[in-house]
Write a protein of this length. Sequence first.
Length: 348
Amino acid sequence: METQFGAGLGPRSEAHGRSARTKRGRDKKPKSGSPLKKVIAAVLVLLLAVGGYVGYLVWETYYAIRTVGVDREVPPGESVKDKPKAFLLLGVDSRAKTGTLNTDVIMVAALNPATKSATVVSVPRDSLIQLDGYKQQKANQFYAGFLRSVKKDGLSGEQAELAAKEELRKMFGKMFGIPIDYAATINFKGFIDVVDALGGVTVDVDMDMRYVDRADGTNINLSKGVQKLNGQQALDFIRYRKSNDGKNMSDDFSRNKRQGEVLAAIADKLKSFGGAAKLGSVISAVGDNMKTDMPSSEITQLFTTYFGIDKDNIEYIPLQGDWKSPYVYLNAARLEEARAALAARMAE
């Protein structure tokens, strides 16, 4: 009897146990994925993010290059990636209300792709240019003068700017004894935006700088010493000429030296990982504020060939001379040194 009763309870108890376990199983939350699955998911998300950013950079670069450059074919073997090229770099005062279109920054650069090196010569803005066939005047006045001249001949807009650049390339090419292939102008805002896009630059401010000009909104206020400058401060640093009280005067040669320091700081920043990560913003800043007669395809080659150039591979030569108001009379020996250095870089 006990055996029969026990045997009768056995199946019912077993079924009840299975039902309870099944119910408990339904109440349990599903286990989270394994650590490996989490890692794979994170990697996929990262790849998607990187892919999206790369896509953005490609579009940003393409748009900027199309905006900055010109649509022209480059003959085989003549690319900036294949042979040395010389450039004329101009910082132009093109502010809407007070801009004169004078070139406050004038640099001639020779770049060599085989050695990934460059020679950059800085010309004081007040230099008296004395060349056969050209009016004697300050170096910074020629671009605006050429622009007015070609506009009188009927050119306008981009065509006028390209013609003025060509005339300026010929003139400085004659001055330095080398053919200058391309010219580029960048305005004050472009310089500010590039430095800001890089998160600022660290330089050694050589003196206290305080100058206010309400006419054009200038408000320079920098203290002596090593410090990190934002875009506006970096522009103030390289443009500073004098204080309102007549003290702490700064000549063209000091300004040229500062230009070299800021250029080296920018090159150093671009070479770093942080600078590379901010390349999209830098390209955007350049694209909005820079114009060149360089073919768009060559701008791409220039980026890929020289991006991350070591600042130690950049030879910087500021021209020297004597200041006799209103001109800087260039030192002939220093000019010859610059001419030889540019020619040597082109011949490497």
